[in-house]
Write a protein of this length. Structure first.
Length: 190
């Protein structure tokens, strides 16, 4: 298990492969902006990839070591998502939906996602999460500030996200879909 340091809350978390398409640098720049208003803001960036060292270097260059931890690969993200208050997935190019959006939603977290490919299909803006323009660190920072300041909104978005996740991907939905497939493709015994 990954040992999660004790962070002040709300804790902002991003879990994804660290490559140029994932927009981690925009998260780091947004935290730099947020830290001017909230000096103790905490952000945990999880995932391995070719940009891991570059992102760690950016954190150092911006002198954000007390705010941003870039920890690399974590074998189990469950304790990280349990600890998180806000999940951020701001891909620049995705190709489809982002699994971490769905995982964060299933944990009842307020999610900030970019308007990239399949991400807006999973997040209903202002209902199950918040959508920001991809590659816009200022809009991302303002959205983070909004969620930091408004705990009620954070909790409402998280609750709505969990409910939507259960409706769309929960066990009952899966069982119903399997029953439909069985009824459609297997002959009924009379």
């Amino acid at each position: 298990n990954v040992s999660i340091p004790k962070y002040k809350h709300p804790l902002i978390v991003s879990i994804c492969r660290q490559d140029p398409r994932k927009g981690i640098n925009y998260i780091i720049h947004a935290i730099n902006i947020v830290s001017k208003k909230f000096p103790d803001v905490a952000c945990l960036i999880v995932g391995s990839g070719s940009f891991l060292k570059l992102n760690q270097n950016l954190v150092q260059k911006l002198q954000l070591e007390k705010n941003v931890s870039v920890i690399g690969f974590a074998p189990d993200i469950k304790p990280i998502l349990q600890e998180a208050d806000i999940a951020v997935i701001v891909a620049l190019a995705q190709g489809s939906s982002a699994l971490t959006v769905l995982e964060a939603m299933s944990f009842g977290k307020a999610v900030i996602g970019s308007n990239c490919d399949g991400i807006p299909e999973d997040i209903i803006h202002n209902k199950t999460g918040l959508i920001v323009e991809k590659g816009n660190e200022y809009e991302l920072a303002n959205t983070m500030i909004r969620l930091i300041e408004d705990e009620r909104l954070r909790k409402t978005l998280g609750e709505n996200a969990r409910e939507a996740s259960q409706r769309k991907f929960g066990f009952d939905k899966m069982r119903s879909d399997i029953e439909k497939l069985i009824n459609k493709y297997l002959p009924k015994n009379n």
